[in-house]
Design a protein. Structure first.
Length: 284
């Protein structure tokens, strides 16, 4: 009984801390910030040109974001990409977006774009641009921009594993022929903070590349509640946005994951795929 009482008290403390977190964030970071003056871009950029965006007006895991940014810089040097890293939302304007082959949202959180910036980004994608979303870019409890969660990501984040937060689990690669999954093992065993969503994006016709084997870890949330999605638990997927390409992976909470060779390979493949010039068809 004492064990359960302590667990219940701990859960209450954690919930109160989470409820207080947004208030604390506002105290330390102020209200949501929206940039209106675009950044200065390089005069010349080679193709593929990649924009890595890591702005947060919500929860921020700075170590993870910094590690991912460092990884993308390294990949850009190795693969001869042009790369721009910014947290300035004003870069989402038609003229500057047109200079990029793909945009990476590196654990972006909160409401980060103005109405005009949202419109520019949506048009960019629908006309053939590329999107790569990483972990927290699909991990908000709610979204003001419904198109982003309903159409671009495709599912609403509901919770992630706790007690322990990081667990070793098995990922099933369901579509090994997709170029983003090249050289990944059919069963990929690794540790992470595992996300659950309100639905399987398969129902929307999205191309599911990998699913979680829920028998390989403990799908319990912050209140020790069951956050299992069942046999169909997508964790990586692609789909088309008009002529554009969209890729989302829920992997990558801990900074150390961006040193994992297989994870790095997958993200490099994702950027290369999203940068493709041919119109998207069936998530390819």
């Amino acid at each position: 009984m004492l064990k359960w009482a302590v667990a219940g008290l701990l859960a209450i403390v954690i919930v109160l801390a989470l409820l207080a977190a947004p208030i604390a964030y506002r105290l330390f970071h102020g209200l949501d910030v929206y940039e209106t003056v675009p950044p200065t871009l390089p005069v010349t950029m080679l193709s593929p040109a990649i924009l890595v965006f890591s702005k947060t007006n919500g929860f921020r895991d700075g170590a993870s974001i910094d590690a991912a940014n460092a990884m993308f810089r390294q990949l850009a040097r190795q693969r001869e990409w042009s790369i721009v890293l910014t947290e300035n939302g004003a870069v989402f304007n038609p003229a500057q977006l047109a200079r990029f082959d793909a945009v990476v949202w590196n654990s972006v959180s909160g409401d980060v774009l103005t109405a005009a910036q949202r419109s520019a980004f949506r048009t960019y994608l629908e006309q053939g641009g590329g999107f790569v979303g990483i972990h927290g870019a699909g991990g908000d409890m709610s979204y003001r921009w419904r198109w982003y969660v309903e159409d671009l990501i495709g599912a609403q984040f509901t919770s992630h594993t706790m007690f322990p937060e990081f667990q070793t689990a098995s990922i099933r690669i369901e579509d090994p022929a997709h170029p983003t999954m090249a050289r990944l093992p059919r069963t990929w065993v690794r540790a992470d903070e595992w996300y659950s969503f309100d639905r399987s994006v398969r129902r929307k016709g999205y191309r599911v590349l990998a699913t979680l084997d829920e028998t390989s870890y403990r799908p319990r949330g912050i209140l020790l509640d069951d956050i299992a999605m069942g046999r169909d638990h997508p964790i990586i997927w692609t789909h088309c946005i008009g002529r554009g390409r969209a890729f989302y992976s829920a992997l990558g909470h801990a900074a150390e994951t961006y040193s994992e060779p297989l994870h790095r390979e997958m993200l490099a493949n994702a950027v290369t795929w999203a940068s493709g010039r041919e119109p998207c068809k069936d998530g390819l």
